[in-house]
Design a protein around this ligand. Structure first.
Ligand SMILES: [Zn+2]
Length: 61
């Protein structure tokens, strides 16, 4: 997982490892620190791409 200060290689929504804050980070941008924990470094995990796949959208309860 990329840490804060690293350069993002792909535009996506990322979640911080420390408290699951979601952030959209553009390609070429640097990963920020977590807004809730600016005093410590964190890692960012990419979320799955938004519903592009109909299989997920078809599921209804
Ligand atoms: Zn945090």
């Amino acid at each position: 997982m990329p840490g804060d200060g690293e350069t993002c290689k792909k535009l996506a929504t990322y979640k911080s490892a420390c408290c699951d804050v979601e952030r959209v980070v553009a390609e070429g941008a640097k990963f920020p620190r977590c807004p809730n924990h600016p005093e410590q470094s964190t890692e960012w995990k990419p979320l799955l791409e938004p519903l592009r796949n109909k299989k997920t959208a078809e599921r209804k309860n």
